[in-house]
Design a protein around this ligand. Structure first.
Ligand code: FES
Length: 106
């Protein structure tokens, strides 16, 4: 199902916004004219990723430092090999920009 979440202008460039869609907290991340949607929960210990650092392509978990590619959801390989935490994937969601609005599919 597709959700009309917000206006693109509601998310600052480089910024984040959390939306609750059908009981799921979705983290929206904006890098210029692109917006990404991921689950707002670190796969490692389920802490919110909204408090992590976003660099335009990756979100870094504040608790143990895992970095997830917001386009694919893949955990940064070097980081997970060094940490011993193993491979994990962050849930991503299809997102469409239309008429200045952000639509997310769950
Ligand atoms: S809780 Fe996110 S890396 Fe451990």
């Amino acid at each position: 199902m597709e959700y009309d979440v917000c206006a693109l202008d509601d998310i600052a460039d480089g910024g984040k916004k959390v939306a609750k869609l059908a009981g799921t907290r979705v983290l929206l991340l904006r890098a210029g004219d692109e917006v990404f949607a991921v689950r707002n929960t670190c796969p490692h210990m389920k802490v919110p990723l909204s408090v992590g650092k976003f660099d335009g392509t990756h979100i870094q978990c504040r608790l143990h430092g895992s970095r997830y590619d917001v386009r694919s959801g893949q955990r940064d390989k070097k980081a997970w090999m060094a940490s011993g935490m193993g491979e994990a994937t962050l849930q991503t969601y299809p997102l469409t920009l239309r008429d200045g609005r952000v639509f997310v599919e769950l």
